[in-house]
Design a protein around this ligand. Structure first.
Ligand code: NAD
Length: 435
């Protein structure tokens, strides 16, 4: 740009993405089609696999990943992944996509967010913008994270550096609604910064953006999306319990009711993973801190968290009705991931069902073609097999609707008297029970 007799060289925007998991990697890949992007993660194995062009989460296919990878950190368009702090020093946007789990008492764990904020604080410069994408309660960015950035950097918020919040809405395993095709909510710590943050996302998100008035509004919008789904699923899970007592098929009822234009199409099931089953606790915690005890939100959580035990007892009932001794029985579980067609096993509720069945004395065999057996063993101490052993089982239980399960001939693995239980309501053949 020429201004009078001075020539000013405008530095191009350079983006660091902190945390290269299910959310961070697809975002880094997308930005890397137009910007110089540095992906930063504390997990060295993850950096190694990404730099060799492989994404074990299967969210970005290898060819697409390899098409944006660059060998060195430079100002050229492309993605360079690293675990070295020095390599993200020269960025001016820092986007944080680290996990936000809960502890065993369902209280939010902000440690990864705080640690990532310390990392960014150590390289923060005047004019930089830090955008949080992790799902949090309203207030987390400005009340919990920004003070860490200020303390570590010694810089002043909204004077020297700025913040933004733009929640992620991807759905792992969903190849149709990919990051660029999902409208993105954006926000900034001042109106001007909000516009900059919005412009940054608008430059890559083809579905467009929704510019929220404040960071808190954007934070709240994300957490209620998942709380709303959780409550709606809890409602249909409750219906499934009622209709099981009345000997009515829940899916037939939902199909009939679904013919009305404003009936919401939710299905019963086990609610696992690290979004729907976790995020409502973030909102509940913030509500409680402010003196309000949420009733509907926590009732939904309680109901959904109890579904593993409920399904186990329903399976046992079906076995007893057919005179199958439960203690010492052989049960085949089809699916251990938290959802269909995706390798993610974090916070999967299939393990609650398995634990309850084991407590009844059943011997469990788990088959899941998507799950990584080592990860299942490491996380839950359970063996997950890639193929089904050539045996007959007293009960076959479909817990996850992986596409490949629908093509299996399940009769090959059943005794003439064994039960077939369909948690997801997707099997075409006659079943003995299900939600
Ligand atoms: N997975 C989803 O479907 C989804 C969808 C929408 C929103 N979210 C939210 O996005 C956030 C990230 O979720 P995810 O599923 O991508 O998590 P993830 O576990 O797949 O990935 C997080 C990555 O961050 C890295 N990490 C952890 N601490 C770090 C640190 N201090 N510095 C650098 N890297 C660090 C981890 O090594 C990991 O690779 C969470 O808040 C989640 O609730 C997830």
């Amino acid at each position: 740009m020429v201004l009078g007799k001075f020539i000013i060289i405008m530095k191009k925007d350079k983006i660091a993405i902190i945390g290269l998991g299910y959310v961070g990697l697809p975002l880094a890949r997308l930005f890397a089609t137009k910007y110089s992007v540095v992906g930063f993660d504390i997990n060295t194995d993850r950096i190694f696999e990404l730099m060799s062009g492989v994404d074990s989460t299967l969210e970005v296919d290898n060819e697409t990943l390899q098409s944006v990878l660059v060998d060195e950190n430079s100002d050229e368009i492309g993605l360079f992944c690293t675990n070295k702090l020095s390599k993200i020093k020269d960025c001016n946007y820092y986007i944080i996509t680290v996990p936000t789990p809960v502890d065993k008492n369902n209280r939010p764990i902000l440690t990864p967010l705080i640690k990532a904020s310390q990392t960014v604080g150590a390289v923060l410069k005047k004019g930089d913008i830090v955008i949080y994408e992790s799902t949090v309660y309203p207030g987390a960015t400005e009340e919990d994270c920004v003070p860490v950035l200020e303390k570590v950097s010694g810089l002043k918020f909204n004077k020297d550096f700025y913040a933004g919040y733009s929640p992620e809405r991807i759905n792992p395993g969903d190849k149709e609604h990919t990051v660029e095709k999902i409208l993105k909510v954006t926000s900034g710590s001042t109106p001007e910064i909000g516009l900059k943050v919005n412009g940054l996302y608008k430059s890559v998100i083809t579905a467009g953006t929704h510019f929220a008035p404040t960071i808190k509004v954007a934070e709240a919008s994300k957490v209620i999306e998942n709380a709303q789904r959780d409550i709606n699923i809890a409602f249909v899970n409750e219906l499934a319990k009622i209709f099981n007592l009345l000997d009515i098929n829940t899916h037939d009822v939902l199909e009939a009711a679904g013919t009305k234009w404003n009936f919401l199409p939710f299905k019963p099931g086990l609610v696992g993973g690290h979004c729907i089953g976790v995020d409502p606790y973030y909102l509940a915690q913030k509500a409680q801190e402010n003196g309000y005890h949420p009733e509907i939100i926590l009732a939904g959580r309680r109901l959904n968290d109890g579904m593993g035990d409920y399904v186990a007892s329903d399976i046992v009932k079906c076995m007893i009705k057919k005179n199958i001794p439960v203690n010492g029985s052989k049960v085949l579980i089809l699916g251990i991931t938290f959802k269909e067609n995706c390798p993610d096993v974090r916070n999967t509720k299939a393990v609650d069902l398995i634990k309850a069945l084991k407590d009844y004395g059943a011997n469990i065999t788990i088959h899941d073609p998507w799950a990584d057996g080592d990860e299942v063993m490491h996380e839950y101490g359970l063996e997950s097999l890639k193929s089904i052993p050539n045996e007959k089982f007293d009960a076959v239980v479909l817990t996850v609707a992986h596409k490949s399960f629908l093509e299996l001939n399940l009769d090959l693995f059943r005794n003439p008297n064994s039960i077939l239980y369909d948690v997801k309501g997707v099997l075409k053949q006659q079943v003995d029970g299900g939600l």
